[in-house]
Design a protein around this ligand. Structure first.
Ligand code: A3P
Length: 345
């Protein structure tokens, strides 16, 4: 008899235990906003109104899981219509600078529930062939989003390509422009490192950085070397200022984005008129990578690809000094124009 009672009790405890675990998992799924894992399903029932403009940001965060599915191409035309999804032209563009941290900035901004990123570099404004395909082609390259979200794309070549400011101006003269910069010499070395890696992958030899950055005839900085020219930020910015007032630009400190990303992201949120939603919870330092990584929720987190954060080759200190001296006056002008002083050497 006693044995029977014990078995019955054990069974009851097992059922209760399973129920508790099940409820806990359900709660975690709801509270933790497992946005990337939400199935595609009608949402009207949950959110009531279909007027998208009324949706609070919390709801948007929840709905991002759906967007993720749409982005993967899992959406039918019916689902897109049902959820009022649109492909919007970007309201903000990260125009550069190459190796400034453009990918990190885009991915980190994408943590914000009101931001949707275009994953690929579209190269619409800097590539004549793409540009000739027209603005509708560009729009169709944009991810699906809810109307009250903003789309952001990044193509770092925009910053240095002559035709781009006028072309972007023609699309939207009030667009917001983000420029992420790093200390110019470090950026030039990072640029070189990327090219060097490409050559090595093809089993090709390449010049040393010193040989490219310094003209062997004059022993002066070689301004014909693209990695040097790209780092003369003020020269490029001046071309942009022929079309856009300085208020439409926001300068992101790429060196600080590496070491202390949150305050930089908060400045961008302010510039984009977004309510502050990115928090320290969304960013955690990964000691193995040596960089901050992204946490979307308790389940989904990611670090940038290994091609971001390469080890730079050692460069002759006298060449570094020469380059820093060369960039100094351009940097001063850049601070003066932008109103952001970056304390570069
Ligand atoms: P290095 O490879 O020289 O370290 P871009 O995306 O514009 O190509 O910029 C690449 C740079 O982003 C990298 O340059 C790296 O330093 C920087 N970066 C900034 N934040 C990062 C992060 N959280 N993870 C990886 N790289 C990051």
């Amino acid at each position: 008899m006693l044995f029977k009672q014990q078995a019955w009790l054990r069974q009851k405890l097992l059922v209760l235990g399973s129920l508790a675990v099940g409820s806990l998992l359900y709660l975690v799924a709801r509270v933790g906003s497992l946005d990337r894992l939400q199935p595609i399903c009608p949402i009207e029932g949950r959110f009531g109104a279909r007027n998208q403009a009324d949706f609070p940001l919390r709801a948007l965060q929840f709905k991002r899981g759906l967007l993720h599915e749409f982005r993967k191409g899992n959406a039918s035309k019916e689902q897109i219509r049902l959820h009022d999804l649109v492909q919007q032209l970007p309201k903000a563009i990260i125009i550069g600078v190459r190796k400034g941290g453009t990918r990190a900035l885009l991915e980190m901004l994408n943590l914000h529930p009101a931001v949707v990123k275009a994953s690929q570099e579209i190269h619409f404004f800097d590539n004549d062939e793409n540009y000739a395909k027209g603005i509708e082609w560009y729009r169709k390259k944009m991810p699906f989003s809810y109307p009250q979200q903003i789309t952001i794309e990044k193509s770092p070549a925009y910053f240095i390509t002559e035709e781009v400011p006028e072309r972007i101006y023609k699309m939207n003269s009030s667009i917001k422009l983000l420029i992420i910069v790093r200390e110019p010499t470090t950026r030039a070395i990072s640029d070189y490192t990327q090219v060097l890696e490409g050559k090595e992958r093809k089993n090709k030899t390449y010049y040393k950085f010193e040989k490219l950055a310094i003209d062997p005839n004059t022993c002066e900085v070689n301004t014909k070397y693209k990695a040097v020219r790209t780092s003369i930020y003020t020269k490029h910015l001046e071309r942009w200022l022929k079309y856009f007032p300085i208020e439409q630009f926001h300068i992101v400190d790429g060196d600080r984005l590496i070491t202390e990303p949150l305050p930089e992201l908060q400045l961008v949120e302010k510039f984009l008129n977004l309510p502050p939603r990115i928090s320290q919870y969304n960013l955690y330092f990964n000691a193995t990578r040596g960089f901050y990584c992204l946490r979307f929720n308790i389940i989904f987190n990611k670090c940038l690809a290994g091609s971001k954060g390469r080890i730079h080759p050692e460069v002759d200190p006298s060449v570094i000094t020469k380059l820093r001296k060369f960039f100094h006056p351009f940097n001063q002008k850049f601070y003066q124009i932008t109103g952001r002083t970056l304390n570069w050497p």
